[in-house]
Design a protein around this ligand. Structure first.
Ligand SMILES: [Zn+2]
Length: 117
C-alpha cells in the first residue's frame, strides 16, 4: 500500500508506491544534523509528486550530487533527489513529513555522514 507525505502548508505533496517503511536512517552530516531528517530511500519510479514544482526551492552544496528541496512557503523539506552511490537516480523521503507513520516506532540506523561524505 502506498504512503503519502507533504510539507507543512501542503504546497509539496507526494505519494510513494510502497508500504510505509518500518526503518529509517538518521545522518549527522552538516545539513541532516540541522534539519533532523529521518531518511527513507526510494526510486523515481515509485515516487509521485502530486503538486507543481513551482513551490520547490532547491539547495545545493558540496558535490552538488543531491538536490535538497524545501518548500518556499513553509520551509519543510519533505524529499530530496539525487544520484546514489551506484550512479542511479534516487529519491530521499524525509519520514518526518510522511503521514500516518509512528516516528517513535521506527527502527533507526545511524549513518556517520559527518565523516563519510
Ligand atoms: Zn510548504
Amino acid at each position: 500500500m502506498a504512503f503519502r507525505g507533504s510539507c507543512h502548508c501542503g504546497k509539496i505533496a507526494y505519494r510513494v508506491d510502497e508500504d510505509a517503511p518500518a526503518k529509517a536512517m538518521a545522518c549527522n552530516c552538516s545539513i541532516c544534523r540541522r534539519q533532523g531528517n529521518l531518511h527513507h530511500f526510494t526510486t523515481p519510479e515509485k515516487f509521485h509528486l502530486e503538486t507543481p514544482r513551482d513551490a520547490i526551492t532547491t539547495y545545493l552544496f558540496n558535490k552538488k550530487a543531491i538536490e535538497h528541496h524545501f518548500c518556499s512557503a513553509c520551509g519543510c523539506a519533505p524529499f530530496a533527489e539525487g544520484t546514489g552511490p551506484d550512479g542511479k537516480m534516487m529519491v530521499e523521503i524525509n519520514l518526518r513529513c510522511a503521514e500516518d507513520i509512528d516516528l517513535d516506532a521506527l527502527e533507526i540506523t545511524t549513518f556517520d555522514g559527518a565523516h563519510k561524505l
